[in-house]
Design a binder for this molecule. Structure first.
Ligand code: PEP
Ligand code: MN
Length: 361
């Protein structure tokens, strides 16, 4: 499967001056005063280029504030006219798209609950055809890269070239520090497969609280994400939605000022040193692969003689000894025990698989 994507570079349509794209605004538009006060404060922060706001907010359960809907669009028009910020709104249906266009919204985005459903994405795609409006696509709630890529491909096929992927974390069973654990390997893999797609991180929906926003924002920058979307509200503790995670525009400014934006490349001497070290890493990796292959050949050999003598594959006592001894050695060499035990487990599973294959042939 090839990816015939035609995606415009971010800098071709937003004036970033080599800085990360920052989008901010309230989770939800609540009333004119809240929108305008928040927007005026945000507009003073030079890094912020786009004002976000949710208008349609169906909630997990239906007893809460559900967004102001179409009414909020005139406030966003006012924000745009008064502050010069671009505006962005979440759309979940073809009607939302049409109403947003009538009110000159600059950027649309598909939310995490919409992207899980290809029926919805396809329906929205139909009305996007021929419109040249920028679209941002949040990752689906479930940790499923294909679903995310599918939405990006669908929207791109409709002719939308100004695309951004938003990384907002994923649903996970069990307790976590995060509302939606970031699972960084997923956006990193998206970047590997579709290098031309700009990706911004949404620390607000990853964290679900104010305390860890900075940490996640910095991490996004260190992983070369192209920007951030962070929820802000002029009176965050009174917000009608996502009250735990919204910050004031002043707090947003502090957070952004504290961020360290590292360079992605250094001078010639640095590049040379880096290349030398990388060559060494490459060499070691080949050796590791060679050694792994030799080790598994031996395992196969053992499997053969076990089969001849009709001996069981899994020998718990031997495995326990090996495991303990290797962890001891690893500790001596300064290896992290968690890492090494995961590695040993994978190796052991592979050994069992190989021996099993032999047995069942
Ligand atoms: C939002 O951005 O306010 C929102 C609803 O986010 P998500 O779709 O990521 O849950
Ligand atoms: Mn929100």
């Amino acid at each position: 499967m090839s990816h015939h994507l035609n995606i415009a570079p971010l800098s071709s349509w937003i004036d970033l001056q080599d800085r990360p794209l920052v989008i901010s605004g309230p989770c939800s538009a609540e009333n004119e005063k809240q929108v305008m006060t928040t927007a005026r404060e945000i507009a003073k922060i030079p890094q912020v280029k786009v004002f976000r706001s949710g208008l349609w907010k169906p909630r997990t359960r239906p007893h809460y504030f559900e967004g102001v809907g179409e009414e909020g669009l005139k406030w966003l028009q006012q924000v745009k006219a008064e502050t010069g910020l671009m505006t962005a709104v979440e759309v979940a249906s073809p009607q939302h798209v049409e109403i947003c266009l009538q009110h000159e919204v600059d950027i649309l985005w598909l939310g995490a609950r919409t992207v899980v459903n290809p029926f919805s994405v396809q329906e929205i795609t139909e009305v996007l055809k021929g419109l040249d409006i920028p679209v941002m696509i949040k990752n689906p709630v479930s940790p499923d890269l294909k679903l995310w890529m599918g939405a990006i491909e669908r929207v791109n096929q409709a002719g939308v070239t100004r695309l951004i992927a938003i990384h907002r974390g994923f649903y996970s069973l069990g307790k976590s520090l995060f509302r939606n654990p970031p699972m960084w390997e997923i956006p990193v893999e998206l970047k590997r497969i579709i290098p031309e797609i700009p990706i911004i991180t949404d620390p607000s929906h990853i964290c679900g609280n104010r305390n860890t926003l900075y940490h996640i924002s910095q991490k996004a920058m260190d992983l070369e994400m192209d920007g951030l979307m962070i929820e802000a509200h002029y009176n965050p503790t009174r917000a009608l939605t996502d009250v735990e995670q919204q910050i004031s525009p002043a707090e947003l400014e502090q957070l952004l000022d504290k961020l360290v934006i590292r360079k992605t490349a250094g001078d010639e001497a640095f590049q040379q040193k880096l290349n030398e070290l990388r060559d060494e890493v490459d060499q070691l990796d080949s050796e590791i692969i060679e050694l792994l292959s030799k080790r598994l050949d031996l395992v196969e050999e053992i499997g053969k003689i076990k089969q001849e003598k009709n001996i069981t594959i899994l020998q718990i006592k031997r495995w326990n000894e090996v495991f303990k001894e290797r962890l001891r050695q690893g500790k001596e060499q300064g290896l992290n025990t968690g890492f090494l035990s995961k590695f040993l487990e994978i190796l052991h599973n592979e050994a069992i698989r190989i021996q099993n294959e032999k047995l069942n042939r």
